[in-house]
Design a protein around this ligand. Structure first.
Ligand code: NI
Length: 169
């Protein structure tokens, strides 16, 4: 089932998520819904807080469904390594219609549980490293807008506020 994606301005997006205590049937259901929601959007990643569930869990697929092996589900992920820096244009399903250059690590290794509860390590460079860091930020109640310099952030927020006033957000 496709779940509604919360948008910038929703308090749930700014709230740090708590660890998943156990991978229950309910969590499996949530994971399925998140994958479906990510592909429908379409997007390369989706974190549970974006669908209003304050748990440390995200899904990523840099191929957006074209390569099944690229689908990753990370539960209670943590960074093991982060190195280098890349600056690329970045957007977010919770901030539709906007993007900006964001500095991110060039390479990361994260460790967490997969959907079967096994411990997995995932290494990512380039877009995958960016996606990992972006989704980890969601779990900490942070959006890419929070990584921008004040003026750039202000300009986007002001445009969003204007959209809100006219009922378009
Ligand atoms: Ni996002």
């Amino acid at each position: 089932m496709i779940r509604p994606i919360l948008r910038f301005g929703d308090h749930d997006l700014q709230t740090p998520a708590r660890p998943v205590a156990a991978i229950t049937g309910e969590i499996q259901h949530l994971i399925d819904d998140m994958i479906e929601t990510m592909y429908a959007a379409p997007g390369v990643g989706l974190a549970a807080p974006q669908v209003g569930v304050p748990l440390r869990l995200f899904v990523v697929d840099t191929s957006v469904g074209s390569n099944p092996r690229d689908l990753l589900v990370l539960v209670n992920p943590e960074f093991v390594e982060r190195e280098g820096m890349q600056i690329e244009d970045e957007g977010c399903l919770s901030v539709p219609g906007f993007s900006a250059n964001v500095a991110r690590p060039a390479r990361v290794v994260i460790r967490g549980l997969d959907r079967t509860g096994d411990v997995v390590s995932c290494e990512g460079a380039g877009l995958l490293a960016r996606a990992f860091q972006h989704e980890m930020d969601h779990l900490d109640g942070r959006l890419f807008l929070d990584r921008l310099r004040g003026l750039k952030r202000h300009l986007i927020v002001r445009k969003i506020q204007k959209l809100k006033r006219t009922g378009k957000w």
